[in-house]
Write a protein that binds this ligand. Structure first.
Ligand code: PMP
Length: 443
């Protein structure tokens, strides 16, 4: 068994294992614990983190890394946030969890009130889910139940955009990109849906009529069998970090209305300010029929997501054959997660987040766009607090991560993409450290 991790226990004074030493623990990790998308026979190096505070992750050897990933879009306020710690501690004194069937509690009610208030107009019914993928499953089931209740059970497929990503559970996988996505292997097992081309017009470009031709044809040919269109508004994340024209989203909204399909906006990555608007749908001034939020909902503290919908959809679903919405996970509405989410949303709305995001955006443009001239680079794009460098060739993740860690930053590329979406409170110097290290790696 290859072990790529450092082995001298004396070098890792901060490690507090369960009685085993550092080396044993790391060996156990590599031999027994699956990390996201990893092998247990050819494990890649993992970096042991012992604590995190502000924008810094501390490794077991004492080294500090400036975090460019916000732990996959979640830690928008950074780590070890006093207000969030306090909210968690306070809630722990009352109850960590209680079932949501037949019981309700203040943290869930307050959170849902906030979500209804800040999300696009018309979204006023909330389903609290355990994770992003689950909230997508919930959204898809809602759309199916809606069409069924309308006597249109044949509308049981979904339409979506190529290069999308909506999660790792079965329904969510089925609407991820069928070829380039990470779930190709499962294609024979997954239900087949209708995929339209990724919009090629960029965020700051307008669409011409010809840009909608294939889209309109897909609606004409398939709307009679589709319950809903599901998409990531404006920013396609794990399917390629592509930022597309708001015109395209606006047209899809219109087409869904024309063809009696619901529009599901997956704002799991984009929600809560990341793109410069509180929700990416606002770039196109549209409201979806169903919207999923997650990731940064608890400021990265706990797993929690929500699926919101309209009065009309909720009423139709509940007047249907089942009479109820058919979903109810064990940890639904977990009070601890809800209490933290409440405080996280307050923190976000109290701070001048628009100014922070546009300051980050300006700096990312200043410092990343020049890398576009390098021969190895295919494209550089920035939107809100997201910076993406697309390379011509795939990046070797282990080599890149090693370089980044040695240079004091945490950045995890995938495929040919090196991208960052730092916590919103990152200082100018720390952001510069991130962009300079990316530049050094490439140029
Ligand atoms: N939708 C989008 C747009 C996402 O980016 C993700 C997570 N990368 C998901 C859904 C799935 O969320 P989770 O990993 O919390 O299940």
């Amino acid at each position: 068994m290859q072990n790529n991790s450092p082995s001298n226990v004396d070098n890792f004074p901060l490690w507090r294992g369960t009685g085993e030493g550092f080396e044993e623990d790391i060996n156990f990790d590599q031999n027994h614990i699956w990390h996201p998308y990893t092998s247990l026979t050819k494990p890649l190096p993992t970096y042991p983190v012992v604590s995190a505070s502000g924008v810094r992750l501390q490794l077991a050897d004492g080294k500090e890394l400036v975090d460019g990933m916000s732990s996959w879009w979640t830690a928008i306020h950074g780590y070890n946030v006093p207000e969030l710690n306090e909210a968690a501690n306070e809630q722990l004194q009352k109850m960590a969890h209680v079932m949501f069937g037949g019981i309700t509690h203040e943290p869930a009610i307050k959170l849902c009130q906030k979500l209804v208030k800040i999300t696009p107009e018309g979204l006023e019914k909330v389903f609290l889910a355990d994770s992003g993928s689950v909230s997508v499953e919930v959204a898809m089931k809602m759309a199916i139940q809606y069409q069924h209740a309308k006597g249109q059970a044949q509308k049981n497929k979904f339409m979506t955009i190529r290069n999308g990503y909506h999660g790792d559970t079965t329904g969510a996988m089925s609407v991820c990109d069928p070829e380039g996505g990470m779930h190709h292997l499962f294609s024979k097992f997954l239900p087949k849906h209708v995929f339209v081309n990724q919009p090629n017009k960029r965020f700051d470009e307008s669409c011409e009529e010809e840009d909608y031709a294939a889209l309109e044809q897909a609606f004409r040919l398939n709307a009679d069998k589709c319950a809903a269109f599901i998409l990531e508004p404006i920013v396609q994340g794990a399917g390629g970090m592509w930022f597309y024209s708001p015109d395209y989203l606006e047209r899809i909204r219109e087409l869904c209305i024309q063809h009696d399909m619901l529009l599901i906006a997956d704002e799991i990555a984009t929600g809560f300010g990341r793109t410069g608007k509180l929700f990416a749908c606002e770039h196109a001034s549209i409201s979806p029929d169903i919207m999923c939020v997650g990731k940064s909902l608890t400021g990265g503290y706990m797993t929690l997501a929500a699926t919101l919908t309209t009065q009309h959809v909720a009423e139709t679903v509940c007047n249907g054959e089942a009479g109820v919405f058919m979903h109810g996970p064990t940890f639904m509405g977990n009070p601890l997660a809800c209490a933290i989410a409440n405080r996280s949303l307050e923190l976000l709305l109290e701070c001048n987040w628009q100014e922070r995001i546009s300051t980050i955006e300006r700096q990312l443009k200043r410092e990343l766009l020049p890398i576009g001239n390098a021969l190895k680079v295919k494209d550089v794009r920035v939107l809100g607090a997201i910076g993406v460098v697309e390379m011509n060739e795939s990046v070797d993740v282990s080599t890149a991560q090693k370089f980044f860690v040695e240079n004091g930053v945490w950045i995890r590329p995938f495929r040919n993409l090196i991208y960052i979406m730092p916590p919103y409170m990152i200082a100018k110097e720390d952001l510069q450290h991130l962009t300079a290290t990316i530049t050094d790696f490439i140029v």
